[in-house]
Design a protein around this ligand. Structure first.
Ligand code: AMP
Length: 397
């Protein structure tokens, strides 16, 4: 089956076409600046990347451009659009309603709309992508794969906040967690790499990218994760603060003369390692600057690593042990110094990192020595492939 995987944001749309038999990406790219001016990036597997500036007033035009590129006689990968068998959409927030992926119909769209309160930046944008594909691809079956679904197995003691229970009853205020598709994919791959059943392992996945979260996976199920009601909770991230004392919101609002929305904007977009360093959210820039003696760039990386190590420790407690710790996403897959620093806090677990193996980037590798009591793995995430697999499974049902 050929599956078009779509990850739609408010002004961008990432796509990949995957042949589910070979699990190879046939083409990938993105549409940027939708509704502004418009740019299409298209790259067939093994071919040159093409960048075309073209007007994209709405997401519907963006989807049309992608499909035109896929059937372009010179660089396309299909002769006709009939070769697209299904579309898999990344959907961010499924609330408590969706504990697994689902085929998309009107009822599902409405239910996702109802979860928009919980993800006002993401769900409406995701649904625009769904509508645009429906308009252009008519009867092609579509599936929705939720970032939150994998974490619906969390027990009550992990997902309830210590606030009046009626807020949970009335508004469903609770921890949901995100990056579920990645945590699920990586924890399963880790079990395969170790040649052990997922159901017998205590796994901690560190998804460290621009957005970052840690997840405790016990016997194949998420039992806790660092992001919460929204993706702001938990680790210090590229530009997000992660955990802070909620009282700081009022304190800062008063001191800076800012409103609630403005403070939340600061916590989402101007904080994290970017805010701490005053320099960049990119770990490569911070490493370079730290190497040149920039104390704040070093501090930003140190704060990031310390927070990650603390979460790992708390999940060892939650699972009463750990068999394997995985690093994934942009930072986790590429920044050996961050991995080494985080692991330097974990000597009490009997973890020994193989310094030579830890030079690896972006490939599946065991990073721990054979004597290490806990396995440490580098497992590149592949959310698109995971969405493709879910989509095919739903359609074959
Ligand atoms: P993601 O959100 O998973 O795409 O991760 C993006 C982040 O990964 C970037 O902002 C960088 O901080 C980080 N990153 C990407 N490549 C590298 C690299 N070669 N070394 C260190 N960090 C990297």
């Amino acid at each position: 089956m050929n599956v078009l995987v779509i990850n739609c944001g408010s002004s961008s749309l990432k796509y990949q076409v995957i042949d589910s038999d070979s699990e190879k990406a046939l083409a990938k790219g993105l549409c940027e600046r939708i509704g502004i001016d418009g740019r299409l990036v298209y790259q067939p597997n093994g071919g040159e990347k093409e960048i075309t500036e073209c007007a994209m007033p709405t997401h519907t035009e963006a989807v049309r451009m992608v499909l035109d590129a896929l059937v372009n006689p010179k660089t396309g990968v299909f002769k006709s659009l009939d070769e697209i068998d299904a579309v898999g959409h990344r959907l961010v927030h499924g609330g408590e309603r969706f504990a697994s992926s689902t085929l998309i119909n009107e009822e599902v769209i409405q239910a996702v709309e109802e979860c928009s309160d919980l993800a006002p930046l993401h769900n409406p944008a995701n649904l625009i992508g769904v509508r645009a594909c429906q308009e252009v691809l008519k009867d092609v079956p579509m599936a929705g794969v939720f970032d939150t679904a994998f974490h619906q197995t969390m027990p009550m003691e992990a997902y309830l906040y210590g606030v009046p229970y009626e807020y949970y009853e009335k508004y469903k205020v609770r921890k949901y967690g995100f990056h579920g598709t990645s945590h699920s994919y990586v924890s399963k791959r880790a079990a395969e790499m170790l040649n052990k059943p997922c159901e017998s392992l205590k796994t901690i996945v560190c998804h460290l990218g621009n957005g970052a979260s840690v997840c405790a996976v016990k016997n194949g199920k998420s039992i806790d994760t660092s992001m919460g009601l929204s993706p702001l909770e938990g680790l210090v991230m590229g530009t997000r603060s992660g955990d802070i004392d909620p009282s700081a919101v009022e304190f800062l609002a008063k001191k800076e003369g800012l409103g609630l929305e403005e403070i939340l904007n600061v916590l989402n977009k101007e904080s994290g390692v970017y805010g701490l360093s005053g320099l960049s959210s990119d770990f490569r820039d911070l490493d370079r600057a730290a190497g040149e003696g920039d104390a704040r760039a070093k501090a930003a990386r140190d704060v990031f690593c310390y927070r990650a190590a603390k979460y790992i420790g708390s999940y060892v407690a939650a699972m009463n042990g750990v068999d394997v710790i995985c690093f994934t996403a942009g930072v986790g897959e590429n920044d050996g110094k961050v991995r080494e620093k985080i692991c330097s806090y974990l000597g009490y677990l009997g973890i020994e990192l193989d310094k030579e193996a830890n030079k690896a980037r972006g490939e599946e590798v065991t990073l721990s020595t054979p004597d290490s009591r806990v396995a440490v793995l580098l497992v590149p995430t592949n959310e698109e492939l995971a969405i493709c697999r879910e989509t095919v499974a739903l359609i074959k049902k």
